[in-house]
Design a protein around this ligand. Structure first.
Ligand SMILES: [Zn+2]
Length: 330
């Protein structure tokens, strides 16, 4: 009897050991899968974040004039491919860039490699522009004929700096993520008359959630939740500065934004984030993707931790990091 009991206990122990072993194995392989992107990618991530640092409101040259920007070619997007290029008329010195299909496709492939297909269904056009090197690297905007569709725009002159390109593409992607039709219902009247301040104010007053300047955000949208949590206290102060951008002389506006940043450095991941709440969430998202999970708890850390509240965004972050670090190792 005693021997039998011992036998049973040994059997149970072996069983438990095997079960625990399997469970632990599963757990640790899942942990490893989650840690692979960061572990393999730490250097790349740090470089990408570093590329985003810079004082955007400190203009060295007081006579600085924004360079002219030219649209070169617009493609339609079909699944992962770009088709049917439509060429713009441009100065003759830009013909080479306009005809450089290989480089244009390379930039598109970087975007499609970074962002999983299901997460970029709103992108229906891809446009190549240039304003020379630096200045604007990339942008997104709605198509004119359907405000639920979006155009991804890339400057062909800025493809050499891959780190800055990765950061900017993820920043731009964050706009698609936070402003698409499942998040904000774009107001057609405002879209067609964006400088009509009276119209904007009446639409904003009628919106029970955050009005982002183009439409009323939905109650559970990322941007509404983000705005309610992080912007309510500073919104009045910021709006006074924001209104200065309609003046002829823009230096009070830029100085105002920079001082606003200096006064609230604990709240913003960088100075560009103070431009607009939509820029703040986009910039914070790019930091969420490329930074390790914050260990401190300043408001700027909370803005990164905000995205960890959404399992779909944690998964998207892992996919983006995996895609970058396997397709573009240092
Ligand atoms: Zn932006």
């Amino acid at each position: 009897m005693k021997r039998n009991l011992t036998f049973l206990i040994v059997l149970l122990a072996i069983g438990l050991f095997i079960f625990l072993g399997i469970a632990l194995g599963r757990y640790s392989s899942r942990m490893m899968a989650a840690q692979i992107p960061e572990a393999a990618c730490t250097l790349t991530m740090a470089d990408i974040i570093q590329s985003a640092k810079g004082n955007v409101y400190e203009v060295d040259d007081p006579n600085y004039i924004e360079p002219a920007s030219y649209n070169l070619v617009t493609y339609s997007v079909s699944e992962d491919e770009i088709i049917n290029p439509v060429f713009d008329s441009i100065p003759s010195d830009l013909k080479d860039e306009q005809q450089d299909t290989a480089l244009q496709k390379e930039a598109w492939q970087i975007f499609t490699t970074l962002i999983p297909s299901d997460d970029r269904q709103m992108v229906t056009q891809y446009m190549i522009f240039t304003d020379g090197s630096e200045s604007t690297l990339a942008a997104v905007e709605q198509t004119e004929d359907d405000l639920t569709n979006w155009i991804v725009e890339v400057d062909l002159a800025d493809l050499d700096n891959k780190d800055a390109l990765f950061f900017t593409l993820i920043h731009e992607y964050a706009h698609l993520l936070t402003l698409n039709e499942s998040q904000v219902s774009v107001d057609e009247e405002v879209f067609n008359d964006p400088y009509n301040i009276a119209l904007l104010e009446s639409k904003a007053a009628a919106c029970p959630n955050y009005f982002d300047g183009s439409g009323c955000s939905l109650p559970n949208s990322y941007i509404n939740t983000f705005h309610q949590r992080f912007w309510v206290d500073i919104n009045d102060e910021w709006e006074k500065i924001d209104s200065l951008q309609y003046a002829d002389d823009l230096s009070p506006y830029y100085d105002g934004l920079y001082n606003f940043y200096l006064n609230h450095q604990d709240q913003f991941v960088d100075d560009y984030s103070t431009t607009h709440p939509a820029e703040d969430i986009a910039e914070s998202f790019a930091y969420f993707v490329f930074s390790p999970k914050p260990e401190e708890n300043l408001i700027k850390d909370q803005k990164i931790l905000f995205f960890y509240e959404y399992p779909e965004l944690i998964e998207l972050r892992e996919q983006i990091l995996n895609n970058i670090c396997t397709s573009f190792p240092e």
